[in-house]
Design a protein around this ligand. Structure first.
Ligand SMILES: Cc1cc2nc3c(=O)[nH]c(=O)nc-3n(C[C@H](O)[C@H](O)[C@H](O)COP(=O)(O)O)c2cc1C
Length: 137
C-alpha cells in the first residue's frame, strides 16, 4: 500500500547481492502468477513478503502460497517478511505456509511496523545475507 514491504524486499535483495547470490524481484500483484511460479521452480530459494491486511496476507500472496503448496517442492529454501500496522500476522502466515508446503525455512520471519527506518532496513539487509549464506551451504 505504501511501498513499505517493497522497500524491505529491496533491502533484503541488497543482502543477497552482498553475498553474491543472484535474485529476481516480482510484484505478485501485477505479475502473471505462472511467471512467478516458473521462477520459483528454477530458484534455490524464495523470500515472500506481504503487508498484513485484515490479519493475513494480501490475496496475490495467498494465491502464490497455494500454488507453491500444490507443487510439493523439495529441498528449496523459503522465508517470509512484511510490514504491518498493529497485529502483524502476515510474515508468520507466509513462513508457516512455506514450511507446510515442504520448504526449508531456516530463519524467523522479519517484520517491520509501517515504513522501515534506516536501522530496520539494515536488519533486512542482514536477513538477506543470512538467507544467502544458507543458500550457499
Ligand atoms: C485496509 C487495511 C487493512 C489493514 N489491516 C491490518 C491488519 O489487520 N493488521 C496489521 O497489522 N496491519 C494492517 N494494516 C496496516 C498495513 O499492514 C501497514 O500500513 C503496512 O505498513 C502496509 O505495508 P505496505 O506499504 O507494504 O503495503 C492494514 C492497512 C489497511 C490500509
Amino acid at each position: 500500500m505504501y511501498n513499505a514491504t517493497r522497500t524491505m524486499a529491496e533491502a533484503i535483495a541488497s543482502g543477497l547481492e552482498k553475498q553474491g547470490v543472484r535474485y529476481k524481484i516480482f510484484n505478485a500483484a501485477v505479475t502473471d502468477p505462472n511467471d512467478v511460479i516458473t521462477e520459483v521452480f528454477k530458484a534455490k530459494g524464495v523470500l515472500i513478503g506481504s503487508c498484513t491486511v485484515n490479519n493475513t496476507v494480501l490475496r496475490p500472496t495467498a494465491g502464490l502460497l497455494e500454488v507453491i503448496k500444490s507443487l510439493r517442492f523439495r529441498g528449496k529454501l523459503g522465508a517470509g517478511f512484511g510490514s504491518y500496522g498493529w497485529s502483524g500476522e502476515s510474515p508468520k502466515v507466509i513462513s508457516d505456509s512455506l514450511e507446510k508446503a515442504g520448504l526449508k525455512v531456516p530463519l524467523e520471519p522479519v517484520k517491520v511496523k509501517y515504513r522501515p527506518s534506516g536501522e530496520e532496513l539494515a536488519e533486512c539487509t542482514a536477513f538477506g545475507e543470512s538467507f544467502a549464506k544458507t543458500i550457499k551451504e
